[in-house]
Design a protein around this ligand. Structure first.
Ligand code: C2E
Ligand code: CA
Ligand code: CA
Length: 493
């Protein structure tokens, strides 16, 4: 300090001082030498200081927040990453393995929605506490946000990880008493093992994450190890998701149309618009593959909008050619259905192409309506008022409650292809179709069977009393020009 003052005339820095009551505190001190204007001789020193206790505490708190989750006080993503890196170094040296476990609570959203965020928060804290009691001291329990936790289990192989996962399942599945109510919840767990499943924190987390999704897919409340197949499918999903970005702008999407016929007269009553995507490297990718990916990564909204716009444009073109005396059905995804602008989007598409609403039909799935029944009824009522036709796609595969069904203003049930496929060989399927048709009749709804491939299937469907048919027996989905030829041939028969 003195050297500095003599050299430069001043000093500043942090020192420990004592206050009058004898308590030590950190102080920020600045000392400046004073001299006359005529000489360089210093005759006084001025010291200015401030107590920086609070500042120090704030700094500590900020450092803590940077590494710990504010709600549960568990390590956060940053600290977890760091610990995984340490484990990698340690395990490399000792030729050892460790486990990264991704845990997500099943249907946690229901807790928040029905009991409020306060109760939800209490549950997250309690889950954190339970997880801490299951693992060893050297392990890490972290929270990434929401209801997602990641555990790092040191020096653990797959047998060890399975044992811990089992214990976690038991611990989390025990009832919670929160603000007077008793609740239960189950976890889905994905497990990745170093070094076989990845060599970096992000690879390991990604592997555990996809294993967790697999666990959810196969029925929740279970654990699942990362596998080669999962690795490949996770990679493919990423690849397809990335390739899909910009597919609309690059003009890679196209709509095909599959005829829907009156099952008795064979006349054309409608068609279903089905999307096709051809990517320069990946080639033709099935909508069965890319639609669910687009639903996950949010691209579905712009795709659905494109489909709606394209289909209404086509309706206008057929109208102008004077060949339009049928409806065009468009598939609606859950995201689009629950989007507040659906009605506006439909209106815009109709106005833009100046077509009447009753040429357009929207295909909704049961799941999308049953998620939020009251909300669905409101939306369906509005679409119905507009004059748009509505059908329930894949009927029979969801969990439609019959009491709700009669409150939906719909026109048609589409009997799912899984029942049609075995209708001639499996009596169960035949009686399911029979029941659906009887139900629809009672409620004044039309029925269409999809995936009809053989004459025998169609004959049985006629016998049962189904109204309409769609399937390879009559035609595959066709590009516009071929669809127009199909119509022309029908009329000339
Ligand atoms: P979906 O709505 O149930 O469509 C029927 C699927 O069955 C279509 O497959 C169609 O090509 C196929 N199919 C039709 N007749 C037969 C048959 O006789 N036998 C068999 N085995 N299959 C038949 P596709 O075109 O691959 O579409 C698959 C799914 O992708 C659709 O199922 C739908 O959920 C979704 N999808 C297709 N286009 C769109 C779209 O524009 N928007 C949205 N959101 N989803 C779409
Ligand atoms: Ca459909
Ligand atoms: Ca369907």
């Amino acid at each position: 300090m003195w050297n500095n003052i003599l050299d430069t005339g001043s000093w500043q820095g942090e020192i420990w001082n004592k206050n009058k009551s004898g308590k030590e505190y950190p102080e920020w001190l600045t000392i400046t030498g004073l001299h006359d204007s005529t000489s360089s001789q210093v005759h006084h020193y001025i010291g200015v200081f401030s107590d920086i206790t609070q500042h120090k505490e704030d700094e500590k708190q900020i450092r803590h927040l940077a590494h710990y989750d504010a709600l549960t006080d568990l390590p956060n993503r940053t600290l977890l990453d760091d610990r995984i890196k340490q484990s990698i170094i340690f395990s490399q040296r000792h030729k050892d393995s460790f486990a990264v476990m991704f845990l997500d609570l099943d249907h946690f959203k229901n807790v928040n929605d029905s009991l409020g965020h306060n109760t939800g928060d209490l549950m997250l804290i309690e889950v954190a506490n339970r997880l801490m009691t299951v693992v060893r001291e050297e392990d890490t329990v972290s929270r990434l946000g929401g209801d997602e936790y990641v555990l790092l289990l040191q020096e653990t192989d797959s047998a060890g990880a399975a044992a811990v996962a089992q214990k976690i399942n038991e611990s989390i599945s025990a009832p919670f008493i929160l603000q007077g109510s008793e609740l239960t919840i189950s976890p889905s767990i994905g497990i990745a093992i170093y070094p076989s499943d990845g060599h970096t924190p992000s690879k390991l987390l990604q592997a555990a994450d996809s294993a967790m999704y697999q666990a959810k897919d196969s029925g929740r409340n279970r654990f699942q190890f990362f596998t080669k197949e999962l690795f490949e499918s996770a990679n493919r999903r990423l690849e397809v998701g990335n390739a899909l970005r910009g597919a609309i702008n690059r003009n890679e999407l196209e709509l095909y149309y599959q005829p829907q016929l009156n099952i008795n007269s064979g006349s054309l009553v409608g068609c279903e618009a089905l999307i096709r995507w051809k990517h320069p490297q990946l080639g033709q990718v099935s909508p069965k593959e890319f639609i669910p990916i687009a639903e996950d990564n949010g691209q579905i909204l712009s795709i659905d909008q494109w489909v709606l716009f394209q289909a209404t444009k086509q309706i206008e073109a057929w109208q102008k050619q004077g060949i339009l005396d049928f409806t065009v059905a468009v598939n609606v995804s859950a995201n689009q259905f629950h989007h507040q602008d659906l009605l506006m989007m439909v209106r815009e598409a109709l106005d833009e192409h100046s077509i009447s609403a009753d040429n357009l039909e929207l295909e909704l799935t049961e799941g999308l309506m049953m998620d939020d029944v009251e909300g669905a009824i409101t939306i369906i009522d509005k679409l119905h008022e507009e004059g748009i036709k509505l059908s329930i796609d894949d009927f029979g595969t969801g969990y439609s409650s019959l009491s709700y069904l009669k409150r939906f203003q719909i026109d048609k049930l589409k009997i799912d292809q899984s029942f049609v496929r075995d209708i001639t060989t499996d009596p169960n399927d035949a009686s399911i179709v029979d029941t659906i048709v009887a139900l629809a009749d009672k409620m004044g709804l039309k029925t269409i069977a999809e995936g009809v491939e053989t004459k025998r299937q169609q004959d049985l469907l006629i016998q049962i009393g189904c109204n309409e048919v769609q399937g390879y027996l009559h035609s595959k989905p066709l590009p516009v020009a071929e669809f127009e030829t199909f119509i022309a041939n029908l009329q000339s028969v």
